[in-house]
Design a protein around this ligand. Structure first.
Ligand SMILES: Cc1cc2nc3c(=O)[nH]c(=O)nc-3n(C[C@H](O)[C@H](O)[C@H](O)COP(=O)(O)O)c2cc1C
Length: 206
């Protein structure tokens, strides 16, 4: 894991002062981002809240998954200077081991805005987390109903990330309106993998 293509993330620290109730009450879909970078600790927590392993025996994660089949992945587009100590590019989060896999070493953030029907509000966000799924991982067992389960699961992940962002005082947006095929191409998704949600995250504009 010391290779250039795998970057170990710091262990998540549970230090927020905000209660869950306060995070729920304060949660909003935010569309303003300052250009200040995130820290690697913040990135680590955001990814952990969405897909981190929280139970060592069975490797169950922070969000529930039908049959514990885990069909979702998190990709992270980091803009130039978007996260302290990390190069711009595209990464994939690997829950078991809590690390990032480098997929692209160039900044794709502007292209991601273009395929989001040019919703320019997230052009300034230092990172975008893209939730994808490989439906077969669930539908082999649950058939058509498995597709519904995947949609439930995406909601769990996005909600955790939004609430965690709230607890850290960050700005978290939600983008469901984008061109699926163009996002798949840009992210070079695997065979049978589809994009489901784009979540821009950054610091709030004071
Ligand atoms: C499935 C889904 C897709 C969404 N897609 C977008 C989007 O493409 N662009 C956007 O600006 N907001 C998007 N939103 C955010 C909603 O506009 C927002 O949740 C709504 O206005 C209520 O505001 P609140 O989340 O601050 O309570 C989406 C929300 C959901 C649940």
């Amino acid at each position: 894991m010391a290779s250039k293509t795998a970057i170990k993330l710091p262990k998540p620290e549970y230090k927020s002062k905000m209660t869950v109730e306060e995070a729920i009450a304060g949660r909003r879909t935010r569309r303003n981002f300052s250009e200040q970078p995130l820290t690697i600790n913040e990135l680590s927590l955001l990814l952990w809240s969405g897909q981190g392993v929280t139970e060592e025996r069975w490797k169950h994660r922070a969000t529930p998954s039908a049959g514990a089949l885990y069909p979702l992945s998190l990709y992270i587009s980091i803009k130039t200077g978007g996260v302290q100590g990390l190069d711009a590019g595209l990464y994939r989060y690997v829950p078991e081991g809590h690390y990032l896999q480098v997929r692209e070493d160039k900044d794709i953030s502007a292209s991601l805005v273009d395929v989001g029907y040019s919703q320019t509000f997230f052009a300034k966000s230092p990172i975008c987390i893209v939730i994808t799924s490989i439906p077969k991982k669930t539908t082999w067992k649950y058939g058509k109903r498995g597709t519904q389960y995947i949609h439930f699961e995406v909601g769990h992940v996005a909600e955790n990330i939004q609430l965690l962002g709230e607890a850290l005082g960050l700005s978290v947006g939600l983008v469901g309106a984008f061109q699926d095929d163009k996002v798949s191409e840009l992210l070079k998704l695997r065979e049978g993998e589809i994009p489901l949600y784009i979540i821009p995250v950054g610091r709030r504009v004071e």
